[in-house]
Design a protein around this ligand. Structure first.
Ligand code: HXC
Length: 262
């Protein structure tokens, strides 16, 4: 598949590989227009359906992960045209259908829709150059892809209100302190470290990986009681897999496990 606004490739030399997606509208700081979001949706679903892929890494350029939704495209809209068309591509939600882990590797600006897209990934590894923000208020609008909902869950009400209401940017160190990102690495190591994290995940049992993703999302979105109940059922279910036998036998035999993802 050839795309115009993103690049896709496969990385890694293990039995399961990593799907790498690079946002690629450098002149516009990877501003997220419909074409880019449609291509991203297709690429994510293609990697998710490919059994040779264990994990996906989503990244941008050194200067910007993404500076937000495309402002020239949004500017002429009225309430009625936005309401009737939906304004943003339906593919803004496609990433939420992906069952394999999606790691955001963020350098430079992750603003507006760019910050919202990073927050839809399963975790964010940030370069020390990363800058996060929800500056929509400066444009006379508000976030439209989950920013007012995911940001307070990620960093708490006070920091989220501060960022959303003042439009200030958060640097990588503050984003790590606040819990928005899982780790900060030197900018020139960002991709190496994100791909290494993906490679580690690729070595584990696919069913365990997918169920952990599903359950953590349940913890994030739903009531505790329901999440714990579903977790117990899935915990039991994994004793029906070959990978559980292999994992535990390998531990007892003091050798490395060879997971078959079944
Ligand atoms: C389209 C954008 C853009 C955007 C930057 N560019 N952001 N184009 N949409 N969101 C373009 C600029 O117009 C410019 O093009 C080029 O990228 C480089 O940007 P500069 O401003 O010259 O760079 P710099 O001075 O370094 O400033 C970088 C910046 C600034 C701080 C990121 O560009 C900026 O504030 N951008 C807007 C950020 C923003 O408001 N994002 C939220 C958008 S609303 P030219 O042709 O002049 O070189 C949103 C709502 C989401 O995301 C709703 C749900 C989807």
């Amino acid at each position: 598949m050839s795309y115009e606004c993103i690049l896709t490739e496969t990385r890694g030399d293990g039995a399961r590989k990593t799907g790498l997606i690079t946002l690629n509208r450098p002149k516009q700081l990877n501003a997220l227009n419909d074409q880019l979001m449609d291509e991203l949706g297709q690429a994510l679903l293609a990697f998710d359906a490919d059994d040779s892929i264990g994990c996906i890494v989503l990244t941008g350029s050194e200067r910007a992960f993404a500076a937000g939704a495309d402002i020239p495209t949004m500017a002429p809209h009225t309430f009625i045209s936005a309401f009737k068309s939906g304004l943003i591509s339906k593919n803004w939600e496609t990433i939420l259908q992906v069952r394999k882990p999606v790691i955001a590797a963020v350098a430079g600006f992750a603003l507006g829709g760019g910050c919202e897209l990073a927050m839809m990934c399963d975790f964010i590894i940030a370069a020390d150059s990363a800058k996060f923000g929800q500056p929509e208020i400066k444009l006379g609008i508000i976030p439209g892809a989950g920013g007012t909902q995911r940001l307070p869950r990620a960093i708490g009400k006070s920091k989220a209100m501060d960022m959303l209401l003042t439009a200030r940017m958060m640097d990588a160190a503050e984003a790590e302190r606040g819990g928005l990102v899982s780790r900060v690495v030197p900018a020139d190591q960002l991709l190496t470290d994100a791909l290494a994290a993906a490679e580690t995940i690729n070595g584990f049992s696919g069913p365990s990986v997918m169920l952990i993703k599903e359950l953590v999302n349940l913890a994030y979105q739903g009531p505790l009681k329901d999440g714990v109940a579903v977790e117990r059922r899935y915990f039991h279910a994994l004793f029906g897999t070959e990978d559980q036998r292999e994992g535990m036998e390998a531990f007892l035999a003091k050798r490395q496990p060879g997971f078959q993802h079944r």
